[in-house]
Each structure stands twice: as C-alpha cells, then as structure tokens.
Design a protein around this ligand. Sequence first.
Ligand code: NAD
Length: 292
Amino acid sequence: MRIAFIGLGHMGGHMAANLAAGGHEVTGFDPVAELREAAAAKGVSVAESAVAAVEGAEVVVTSLPNGHVLLSVYDEVLPAATAGTLFIDTSTTGAELAWQAAEKVDAAGHRFIDAPVSGGVVGAEAGTLTFMVGGSDEDVAAAQPVLEPMAGKVVHCGKSGNGQAAKLCNNLLLAITQVGVAEAFVLGEQLGLTHQAFYDVASTSAAQCWALKTNCPVPGPVPASPANRDYEGGFATSLMHKDLTLAMAEVDRAGMDAQVGKLVADLYARLSETEHAGHDFSSIITTLRDDA
Ligand code: NAD
C-alpha cells in the first residue's frame, strides 16, 4: 500500500522503517532534517512537507508528540488527501482529542482509527508493539495489513477513542504498580532487607508483576532493567507524566475520585521536574527514598 508516515521520531522512525521493510511504499515526513535522513537510510522515501507526503497515499500514519499537534497536522493535510483515505494515529493523545480527530477526519470525507501503542522504542524497532485500536470493524480490518509489520499484537478495543482509553488505563495501572514496587523496596531498605532477598520473595509470590520482574527499580536482581544503567533508556518519566496528566483529565471528566492514581500522578509530576525527566520512570524510587 502507499503509506504516508508523519512524525519520524523515536517511535515513528522505526515504525516507518518496518512498514517499508514489510513491502509497503512509505513516504515519510518530519520537520527535523536528520530524522528524515535517518528514515531515508532505512528504505523510507522522504517528502519535504506533510502535505507532499500525504498526496496520493491510501493510508496516513501519524506518530506525533500529542493530540494538539495531531489536530494541527490534520488541518494541514486533510484537504490534500484522496477521498476516503484511512488515517491511523499511533500517538498518545487521550480519548477526548481522539474524538476530535475522528470528527475532523470524518467531516473531510476520510476514515480514522486511533491506534496508540505500548512496547516502547525497543518494541517499535523490533516490530512487536501492542496496538490498542478504536474504530469501526471495517476500518480496523482495513488497517490490519498496515499494523501487521509494526505489531506483536493488535487489540480492537471498540469504537473511536477506545484505543486511547485502553492506553490511559494501562499506563495508569503501570505507574501505580511501578510506584508500589519502588515503595516496597524502600521499606525493605529501611528494615535492613537486601534487594536480592526481597526480589527473590516478591518475584515468586502473588506480588510479582512486570514493574518488578522486568523493570526492577534497583540494580542487581534483573540485570537488564534500566536501574542497572542509572535509569538510562526505557520509558521516559516525562512521557509517563504526560500519560498520567491525560489519564487524570479523564478521571476528572468521569467525576471519579481515583485517589491512588492522583497520588501517583503527583509523584510523576514532581519527578518530571528533576534530572530524571529523561530517565526511565522506575527512577521514581529516588523520590520515594528522598521522602523516606
Ligand atoms: P518523538 O518526540 O521522538 O517523536 C515525535 C516526532 O514528531 C518528532 O520527531 C517531531 O519532530 C515530530 N513532529 C512534531 N511536530 C510535527 C509536525 N507538525 N509535523 C510533523 N512532525 C512533527 O516522540 P516519540 O517518543 O517517538 O513518541 C511519539 C508518540 O508515541 C507520542 O505520542 C508518545 O506519547 C507515544 N509513545 C511513545 C513511547 C516511547 O517509549 N517513546 C511509547 C508509547 C507511546
């Protein structure tokens, strides 16, 4: 298929390359020249503008910083798209902005699905992302051959916006479990437990979870976790802060209390103001230690 790919950043650069490797004809655009060059080196044709990328495309995939940038890019490119083009947005935007995007695309005579992802830069490069998709059965089926080279799993979560809803609920749970694991390690430190002893118990008990067994927030027990390299790499605190801010906006709109989520969102807001903003979000243990 002829695919336009807009936003060739940490995620989008790899995703566009996987689409090209999967046999699609991909034309990419990003305002950053080095990112266009990097994509070109991986088999992606590059355009000098988003509009030029979209002209003649059957599908337009976006990977942009947030929903506001998405809406402004859509304002720019929708008039240039062929009638009935399928727009697939993989950015994390929150449900509200996904609904607005869906309305805009629909009003312009095109089709839209929200398809945010989980799996990070590693999953984007390996083509093993989990896609959480919102949209009609027909549009989601049409998107399958495009999602396939980028995906390990595609979950159709329901109507438009439901992919974003699933993404926010997932990351809220992830943040809560990461803080929970970090708090348990800090209490263990206070009580004189070694990290390894606590890990050996918790990782084989009912408390086990991804935040412990893969993203362990202390160095040692899980050699590949970001804690072993001063929290470099992984999923950035600033991105988790962004996702929790979106989740808390939905919590407020739903009139929910979400006490635990609010505490965790506040912790990440604080951490995102520190030198850990660019570090993996398991670095939240440093805040909990300071508070202890
Ligand atoms: P990024 O900042 O590296 O990439 C976004 C790209 O969009 C940048 O290269 C930027 O130049 C480009 N861009 C900005 N304005 C533009 C415009 N007007 N037109 C065209 N391109 C424009 O961010 P990322 O880490 O690749 O994340 C992309 C999206 O995926 C975000 O919504 C993020 O929340 C989500 N996400 C990221 C991760 C991750 O681990 N990085 C994981 C899951 C989801």
